[in-house]
Design a protein around this ligand. Structure first.
Ligand SMILES: [Zn+2]
Ligand SMILES: [Zn+2]
Length: 111
């Protein structure tokens, strides 16, 4: 296979984004292979970054929902008043985790 830009150059690999053949000169290294251009590198990098953050969001949201459920039950039944303390604890953990994720998003955008 030949490079998509240089017809006389042998391709050393395939761009991970657009699947074109790229020669040694055109190849840009990314985490799991090579890409043909800066814009393709951006697409690959953005894809890698976004997914772990989205997965991280599930846990704090789950904590906040569970905390809300504890508040609801403690409000409905006076015998379950203690559950509101658990609700506060769950919200605390969930909100702290959310802020930690927010921090990682803003720092990764800067770099
Ligand atoms: Zn490409
Ligand atoms: Zn080339």
């Amino acid at each position: 296979m030949r490079c998509f830009k240089h017809n006389d150059a042998e391709a050393v690999g395939i761009c991970r984004n657009c699947l074109k053949g790229v020669c040694k000169e055109c190849a840009i290294e990314v985490k799991n292979g090579i890409v043909c251009s800066d814009s393709c590198a951006e697409v690959i990098n953005a894809y890698k970054k976004e997914h772990p953050v989205r997965a991280q969001l599930y846990l704090p949201i789950l904590f906040i929902i569970t905390g809300g459920a504890f508040f609801y039950y403690s409000y409905e039944d006076k015998n379950l008043r203690l559950l509101s303390f658990l609700g506060i604890a769950f919200w605390g953990i969930g909100i702290r985790a959310l802020f930690a994720i927010k921090k990682t998003i803003t720092t990764s955008k800067k770099s």
